[in-house]
Write a protein that binds this ligand. Structure first.
Ligand code: ADP
Length: 251
């Protein structure tokens, strides 16, 4: 579902991703861990086409995100192609980024109406089901400012799911939350991960959550995946000294 093929990303002279290769299979839940500043968010931003690669290719669902075919060649993707590809990928951010002037229902229906062309009725029916799934059926008419951080984040999750993405990217989705609100958000994500066929790529510092829900965990350091294993293996018997050192510092 996701493939990075020799991806290089630089900011000026600073090489953040060095010929990065990895794949994520359909329906897998893969978590990226590693030190701050190592490039994890950049990977998600490249998938959201918020950044462009310097070299290499990224594929989503078998189609190239970074390039489009022209004749016998592949040329850098144009805006139209990027817009098409973006519809397949949802992202939930650390800061919930809800539209403050819209109520919860409007937040969840806005993109499906505007970008997918759903009627208001269809979008609302979808939103009602999703708000039920994230435990917020009674908050449809509330405004974001009337909700807790945990509730706002669950709205953001419903809003991302309303686009029926094939891939959902999670970037530190609990980092801005008060500790007592974290569990509710993680419970909702686990439920979605186990009951849908969405492919997840998750960046988190919640090691217990990573261990609990991931099919695979990738340890990322200095622009490369240095270890890639099932969670039981990575958290209990990591092979790389750098992984051991990192886990020792955060656990
Ligand atoms: P992580 O998510 O692992 O903490 P990031 O992907 O956010 O790491 O950042 C990786 C590196 O790239 C950091 O050194 C960061 O300062 C740098 N970086 C990220 N975005 C930009 C940008 N837009 N311009 C310049 N440098 C950036």
């Amino acid at each position: 579902m996701i493939r990075f093929d020799g991806v290089v990303k630089k900011f000026g002279d600073h090489v953040v991703l060095r010929e990065l290769d990895f794949t994520v299979s359909p329906g897998e839940f893969v978590t990226l861990i590693g030190p701050s500043g190592s490039g994890k968010t950049t990977i998600l931003r490249l998938l959201m086409t918020l950044e462009r690669v310097n070299e290499g290719r990224i594929y989503v669902g078998g189609e190239c995100l970074t390039h489009t075919p022209r004749g016998d060649n592949m040329v850098p993707a144009n805006e139209k192609h990027l817009r098409q590809m973006r519809k397949r990928i949802g992202m939930v951010f650390q800061q919930f980024n809800l539209f403050p002037n819209m109520n919860v229902l409007q937040n969840v229906t806005e993109a499906p109406i505007r970008a997918l062309g759903l009627s208001k009725g269809e979008a609302e029916a979808r939103a009602v089901d999703l708000l039920d799934m994230v435990g917020l059926s009674d908050k449809a008419r509330a405004h974001p400012s009337q909700l807790s951080g945990g509730q706002q984040q669950r709205v953001a999750i419903a809003r991302a799911l309303a686009m029926r993405p094939r891939v959902l990217l999670l970037d530190e989705v609990t980092s801005a939350l008060d500790p007592e609100l974290v569990a509710g958000v993680l419970r909702v994500l686990k439920e979605i991960a186990t009951t849908t066929d969405i492919t997840f790529l998750c960046v988190t510092h919640e090691m217990q959550f990573a261990r609990d829900v991931s099919d695979r965990v990738m340890m990322f350091d200095q622009g490369q995946v240095i270890e890639d294993a099932v969670p039981e293996k990575l958290f209990t018997a990591p092979e790389q000294p750098r992984t051991r050192e990192f886990l020792h510092a955060v656990l």
